[in-house]
Design a protein around this ligand. Sequence first.
Ligand code: ARG
Length: 588
Amino acid sequence: MRLIKDELEERVSEAMKPCAAGAGICPAIVQPATDPKFGDYQVNGVMALAKKMKTNPRNLAEEVVKNLDISDVCEPPEVAGPGFINLRLKATFVAGRLLRINKDGDGLGIDKAAEPRTVVVDFSSPNIAKQMHVGHLRSTIIGDCICRMLKFLGHKVIRQNHIGDWGTQFGMLTYYLDDLRLGKTGASYLEIPDIEEFYKEAKKLFDKDAEFARRSRECVVKLQSGEKHVLFNWQVIRKQSISYCQRLYDTLGVTLTKNDVRGESEYRDDLPEVIADLKQKGLAVESDGAICVFPPGFKNKQGEPLPFIIQKSDGAYLYATTDLAALRYRVSELKANAIIYVTDARQKQHFEMLFATARMAGWASDDIELRHVMFGSILGADGTPLKTREGENVKLKELLDEAVERAKAVVEEKNPELSAEKKDEIANAVGIGAVKYADLSNNRTSDYVFSFDKMLAMDGNTAPYMQYAYARIKSIERKARSKDVDIETELAGLESLNLTEPAELDLAKCLLRYGESIQAAAGDCRPNYLTGYLFELAQKFSGFYTNCPVLGAEPDKRPTRLLLCDLTAKTIKHGLRELLGIEVVKQM
Ligand code: ARG
């Protein structure tokens, strides 16, 4: 079903045309009302048109309203303030839509994109063999949610896990693997039980043993020149690391698979060509021995042109070089219409320069969208980036384990009678869900303070609150069944609704805005728009349930209320499970 916002926008824009008197077309710009007192939607575009026409905006708005026939959708429109038009949906229109959604099947009634795009999403992308820490959490979780939303809207999504698997740390690790083998016999070295410990031990040796460090550096050169034996060791470590990451993705309920891995190493053969092409186009020049591109507009503190370095004086390639090769591949091979990079805000300038260079080189024409979706840091209680008491990076796995453990304690306390299996299922859904929801519900460009207490709270905009709202509706349904109410049959034959209570209408209107919230969240790559919507929906449901008995309702009211319960449950479940990747439970 078409979004109500789009429908209104089109009709108001039509009504504005005859009033524009040669001033050209001005979009109506319909947005959800800022305050429900004023209605449900608000037209903002008349003021801009009045400005263009140099006329009084209120009078113009009155004129537009005269032209506007939307009596099938809205109550009579009202002009307000300096020239807004306020629109309030009619209860009959709302009821009609709900009935259509009920018949539609999935209970959501959302159209797919008219023009699907191919969108490459580069996310998670850890530097492997090192431990994956909380810093990677945000990219992984936000990126996954963006993929899920775009896919649901009908776009072709290509996930790219651009892992750092060609860095200098591999010199040290491949040599360490050899070192171990010298001490042991047999093929046991193929098993690295804990890749994080492995990295730590190697790093310790690297820092204290000069000979080890020297050999390690040698190994970088050997690796990059493709020496067979070193390459073999590299493969062993790489494989172990990827498996380790995959276990975390699975725990997190993130949609990445091993097939989405396309790391830096995959582009190693393209790098000389990237340099040659840029040189040939006159874009890459030598500066202080290094090869650089100087995209216009980038200056250092002294006001001098800032170089985007693509090859060091010793011939080594950099992060930038690989990113250029990857971008080229994504446009030419993957046929991307858009590429989204999800990393922390510190890489802002890197991506600006990358995009500028790619445009200059003609590798991405203007109709290809290049977008850096950045995010802030996760902070500890003291307001500095989250660390362990020993000052080390917090390991992702330990953090998730603790979240599940804490959730389990809450379940034990609240529901001691549940089976052990049920308790584990709930603790897992709540613990992992809480960590993810906390990340997704924060405005991604801000830093946020990581707090188990806050994210596991049963009230407020948290995963447990949302999961509880869902479980509560499920318990209403269970109760109905125990009283022999056949919900499916009652809803299947529903031909009209009885929406009279303000709390019913409020909830119903909120349900109709689900599609708009997804579009806003996907359009801006801001999952918090979606969590904000779901939270509002759960609150509206709470208001409805307090004011309107469902099973005890009069027979002419009960079917409407059962439908509101059913659609609310479907929306929350879909939002949490399919779009945010958070499990729901029927009982909490
Ligand atoms: N490996 C990088 C890091 O851990 C992130 C890579 C992001 N993606 C990219 N195409 N540069 O910081």
